[in-house]
Design a protein around this ligand. Structure first.
Ligand code: HEC
Length: 148
């Protein structure tokens, strides 16, 4: 009787631990996909700047803004286990991390406005600003190698 309870508990526990690991893998994949999308947006923006395609610059800048607003929720505490480059500093200095996400939101929003007003000089400045936020956050919070 007691033994089967223990076995039952053990099965429950294992199931719950492995489903947590699975959920975490999904989340890591989701945020890496969001980041890859950021890169694709930046690339598209650079092309659109060349061809003065203001509508595309605006759309892609707004896409980056939408992602930026979600960044903190894509990095919940403890999600540094698995195939990830997330550094522990994300959670040790979570205010700084959130600030970088905010900076990206702000820079991409300003880029969208510059594109809307077809202001080439402002667009050039803001494209640079967006790129600088990406690098600044990566320098502090992204490891060179995956943890696995
Ligand atoms: C608030 C911090 C922050 C900002 C801002 C940020 N990133 Fe990231 N980025 C990260 C972290 C942390 C990782 C590592 C995620 C992981 O491996 O779990 C990452 C990973 C990436 C990756 C690799 C994804 C993969 O599959 O391993 C790319 C590409 C990337 N970022 C592009 C960008 C671009 C482009 C921007 C700017 C438009 C940007 N990021 C802005 C924190 C940030």
């Amino acid at each position: 009787m007691q033994k089967s309870i223990i076995v039952g508990l053990f099965i429950l526990l294992t199931a719950s631990v492995s489903s947590q690991v699975l959920a975490q893998e999904d989340l890591i994949e989701k945020r890496q996909k969001a980041m890859k999308n950021n890169s694709a947006d930046v690339k598209a923006i650079k092309g659109a700047v060349e061809s003065k395609d203001y509508a595309t610059i605006e759309t892609k800048a707004k896409d980056i803004m939408g992602t930026a607003d979600k960044i903190p929720s894509l990095f919940p505490k403890g999600s540094n286990v698995g195939k990830t480059k997330a550094k522990p500093e994300i959670w040790e200095k979570s205010d700084e991390f959130a600030k970088e996400a905010k900076n990206l939101s702000k820079a991409s929003s300003e880029l969208a406005s510059a594109a809307k007003s077809k202001d080439d000089a402002a667009i050039a400045t803001k494209v640079k600003a967006v790129g600088e936020v990406c690098s600044s956050c990566h320098k502090q919070f992204r490891a060179d190698k995956y943890s696995e």
